[in-house]
Design a protein around this ligand. Structure first.
Ligand SMILES: Cc1cc2nc3c(=O)[nH]c(=O)nc-3n(C[C@H](O)[C@H](O)[C@H](O)COP(=O)(O)O)c2cc1C
Length: 199
């Protein structure tokens, strides 16, 4: 059985070397990212995932704000590699900021008290699925991306800059752009350690 999905799964890799040689325009990419998030499942169809989609100068602004915040906590002598890393994220076409809306989580906890303790976990799981769906959609469109976690350092500055609702909690960032380098080999653990199959 040939599966195009499995082929796409194999093609999705962490790409740090990003550029701007992308033929899709911002509208097409925005549509792709929205569709990927829209069609991601969520507990009770609660749709707690949110995204801020930044292109060009706005994406650069995010990484510059993050750099500014990090410069206050990373020791000066160790800052150069951090700054270079953030610059490599800013070199792409854009960045998706992934949020989970805590107002939705609170509402679900009140509405379904029996499952109250599960909703924060399910929100995280659903958010992870949304991140993966976007990563895969970008892969199929021929773009490279990586998954970053500069939260909570970037939360406040970002909230102010783009007027993000207070109930949205920043969970991950995905810089994306053209592939400007290949990938190294990836090691996989043995199936025997990973799967139990019966019947
Ligand atoms: C939940 C999760 C968190 C991750 N966090 C980071 C991160 O903060 N920074 C980063 O560079 N990569 C991060 N990654 C990427 C992984 O390191 C990467 O997917 C893994 O090493 C496998 O490599 P591949 O993506 O090329 O298949 C994360 C991946 C996942 C699934």
């Amino acid at each position: 059985m040939n599966s195009t999905l499995i082929e796409s799964l194999k093609q999705r890799r962490t790409q740090y070397a990003l550029g701007r040689n992308v033929s899709l325009d911002n509208d097409a990419l925005t549509h792709l990212i929205k569709e990927a998030i829209r069609h991601t499942p969520s507990s009770f169809n609660s749709q707690s995932s949110r995204a801020v989609i930044l292109f060009g100068g706005q994406s650069e602004k995010f990484w510059s704000l993050t750099k500014q915040e990090l410069s206050t906590i990373v020791p000066a002598e160790a800052f150069a590699p951090t700054a270079a890393k953030l610059d490599s994220f800013a070199a792409g076409v854009g960045t998706v900021l992934f949020y989970e809306d805590q107002a939705v989580v609170d509402g679900m906890q009140k509405q379904f008290a029996l499952y109250a303790e599960n909703f924060p976990v399910w929100s995280e799981q659903s958010g992870g699925m949304a991140q993966f769906a976007v990563w895969l959609a970008l892969t199929e469109a021929g773009l490279g991306a990586s998954l970053q976690h500069y939260n909570p350092v970037a939360d406040d500055a970002t909230r102010q800059e783009w007027n993000v609702p207070v109930s949205w909690k920043l969970r991950a960032q995905m810089p994306f752009g053209s592939h400007e380098a290949g990938f190294g080999d990836k090691a996989f653990m043995a199936d025997e350690q990973r799967f139990i199959v019966k019947g």
